[in-house]
Write a protein that binds this ligand. Sequence first.
Ligand code: GZL
Length: 331
Amino acid sequence: MVKKTLIATTAISVGALMLSACGSSDGGSASGKDDGKITMGFAQVGAESGWRTANTKSIQDSAKEAGITLKFSDAQQKQENQIKAIRSYIQQKVDVIAFSPVVETGWDTVLLEAKRAHIPVILTDRAVDSKDTSLYKTFLGSDFVVEGKKAGQWVVDNAKDADTNGDGKIDVVQLEGTTGAAPAIDRGEGFADATKANPAIKVVASQTGDFTRDGGKKVMETFLKTQKHIDVLFAQNDDMGLGALEAIEAAGLKPGQDIKIITVDAVHDGMQALADGKFNFIVECSPLLGPQLMDLAKKVVAGQEVEPRILTEETTFDQAQAKEALPTRKY
Ligand code: GZL
């Protein structure tokens, strides 16, 4: 669990990013190059969602902007591909490695190889559940437990509305992200935590849709066949929620009215669905990690001390706020 691993670390908002220069450095560039040009190896999860596409663009654009040479790989959501990419970056003696671990576990061996090669590692977006926090310099991303709590809190605050058939019970179905991924584990935990406040709220079915539209559609079709009545859908990302919309409408139900829908991310298509009244609430999860990542890369390559956990600042949107925000959204 991200929470356990990072318990000893201090989380700060990215706006208050405090960095202190420090003489000692074990992050000396493996390449031994002293031309000041940094080469980063980035092992991306895949291209599974609108969020991921925006995240990749942010990283690629920011590397260019920062004058950092970027080696980039897409693992198609397979951990073995990410491990292979990290090994190849070690072979190529890059100055720094960054990646978004597709799942929380199974990274210690390859991260130890990077450490032995004196290549600093930055975790972005998703975290690892490793006991040895010396294996990476910092984690830059969201607090997924908080995101889950915000989603659950909406159901608690809108219980009357959420009880769509007025039977006094609020039956929730949940579309989980990739099995074993930090956002899936932690958003589910946060949602369960927040909804404990009202015993009428019950998650009656929960299954992974792997963060994809297709996965969300297929699993929602099953939920609609097996559940007598569904009051609320909590989709752990917009894309699964968008896939579920198709299944809900094909079943002759009105999304956002017959079934209340809460999602996480706030990418363009999700915000459009919210503005159109098909979603009811979105918890933002920012993919725009590129600028902070490049800033951190320069600092860790220079051997500077950085905060062990840097959180992105995020908000939430209801239907009216989505209408207002859409015209100026960057993604
Ligand atoms: C969250 C990120 C998740 C997004 C999904 O930081 O890891 O992965 O919520 C994406 O859209 O697929």
